[in-house]
Design a protein around this ligand. Structure first.
Ligand SMILES: [Zn+2]
Length: 434
């Protein structure tokens, strides 16, 4: 570092501006790929070049039309396909059923001995989960409350480059209105308590507000889905959050909780299992996003005495048909002590479920790229390969528009211009053309 500052002083003495030095510290990297999905289109573009300067995309276009800056580091992904890094709309870095429980005394639905672990231990697991997510192609993750404020520290440590992980949007505590439900959520008992909690959580470092609106998952009678909060309480929380310029994600599994959360102005309805024509019509009209977590719901359904998987499938299809904006969400925690997954690092499986239930492969991928970015308020920086966006780019060896399971086998991961994974170098299926 010393020589750099010495050089800086010398250049300043010679009259060179700071911008020259700034530009020099911005390393230029060029990626060549046979196919590119920009995160927004209906098709792949072929034979593309991406020029990256520092952590941002400088230019993207067909090979031959894009000028390759002298001295740039070139990465050739051969016959591979590049895409924007994936965005997980709903995860919990700190919850890890596979390791026997949740944070702060929370007891899993299927209780196992020694269910709780300390916050420091949960934070170590969270660092491991963040790395698994990044290495499997998720360059952005929204964490919907992991208890306390350790998620703020995790986000900051990743941003500072201390540990590898996705860019994170964090909720800190989350709010609920019932005695039942995850213990680490803050209990709100009035509209004013809700407003106060929004202020407290934003002061503590939250990027958005999480409400646990549905006290129960769908039951045999389905429809009901009792909200944990009154409409007045939910509206107060949403109003205060929006007044402060942040979004609100509301877990609403079924029935009344879904409709009430849409009416209250929640920006997304999380992990929906049961909806109806009226709720999806309202969501489409208001632009409310929805997430489903289809894979984990299907796995959990094996332990229920009602057709939860079928209800979840029908609800996803109803929302899709109504034109609701659906964001890719996995809720990766490992399914309730059963060690079935999907676990962190396996989230790509959700895309196949979305395709099995009726999306086209590119529609499913858009839900985890451009649509996913819009859902978390980051449409201006991630979710697309275009000039000015963060260079969050992943690569697969096949054609994900034909086989979406390619995203379960991500081989290249770049976040902010930095390469975290490149399996193409040694892969036999990629002829080295350069
Ligand atoms: Zn969740």
């Amino acid at each position: 570092m010393k020589w750099q500052s010495a050089l800086g002083c010398a250049l300043l003495a010679l009259g060179f501006g700071g911008s020259w030095l700034g530009a020099q510290s911005q390393k230029v990297v060029v990626i060549h790929a046979a196919q590119l999905f920009d995160g927004k289109s209906d098709r792949l573009a072929s034979n593309q070049v991406i020029v990256i300067q520092g952590e941002r995309i400088l230019e993207v276009g067909p090979a031959g039309s894009v000028k390759i800056p002298a001295g740039a580091q070139e990465i050739d992904l051969g016959t591979g396909t590049v895409l924007p890094g994936l965005i997980e709309a709903h995860n919990h870095m700190f919850k890890s059923w596979e390791h026997g429980g949740g944070i702060d005394g929370e007891v899993p639905a299927v209780a196992v001995p020694g269910t709780a672990f300390s916050t420091p231990y949960a934070t170590i697991l969270a660092a491991m989960n963040a790395r698994l997510d990044l290495m499997s192609g998720f360059t952005t993750a929204r964490d919907l409350s992991s208890g306390g404020t350790a998620d703020v520290d995790l986000r900051n440590a990743i941003n500072e480059g201390l540990i590898p992980g996705p860019r994170m949007r964090v909720a800190t505590e989350g709010m609920r209105g019932s005695i039942a439900g995850p213990r680490y959520f803050h209990l709100v008992d009035s509209p004013w308590e809700g407003r106060k909690q929004v202020r407290v959580q934003l002061k503590n470092g939250a990027d958005f507000i999480k409400i646990y609106a549905a006290g129960i998952r769908a039951n045999k009678e389905m429809g009901y889905g009792a909200p944990t909060l009154t409409l007045e309480e939910e509206q107060a929380i949403v109003d205060e959050a929006h007044r402060q310029g942040v979004r609100v994600a509301c877990t609403a599994h079924a029935g009344i909780a879904v409709r009430q959360s849409i009416v209250a102005g929640c920006d997304s309805i999380e992990l929906n299992t049961v909806n109806d024509d009226e709720s999806v019509r309202m969501a489409a009209e208001k632009g409310t996003f929805m997430t489903f977590g289809l894979t984990i719901t299907k796995l959990q359904a094996q332990h229920q005495n009602f057709p939860m998987a079928e209800m979840s499938k029908a609800s996803f299809q109803r929302a899709l048909k109504a034109g609701v904006k659906i964001a890719l969400a996995v809720n990766a925690t490992g399914a309730h002590g059963k060690q079935e997954g999907p676990y962190h690092g396996e989230e790509g499986v959700e895309l196949k479920m979305m395709v099995d239930y009726g999306m086209t492969p590119l529609q499913a991928i858009r839900s985890g790229t451009s649509v996913g970015a819009e859902n978390i308020g980051w449409g201006d920086r991630v979710g697309a390969i275009e000039k000015g966006k963060y260079a969050d780019i992943i690569g697969v060896s096949g054609d994900p528009s034909k086989d979406v399971t390619e995203l379960e086998r991500v081989k290249f991961v770049m976040k902010g211009g930095q390469v975290f994974r490149n399996d193409f170098k040694s892969a036999k299926d990629i002829p080295s053309s350069r």
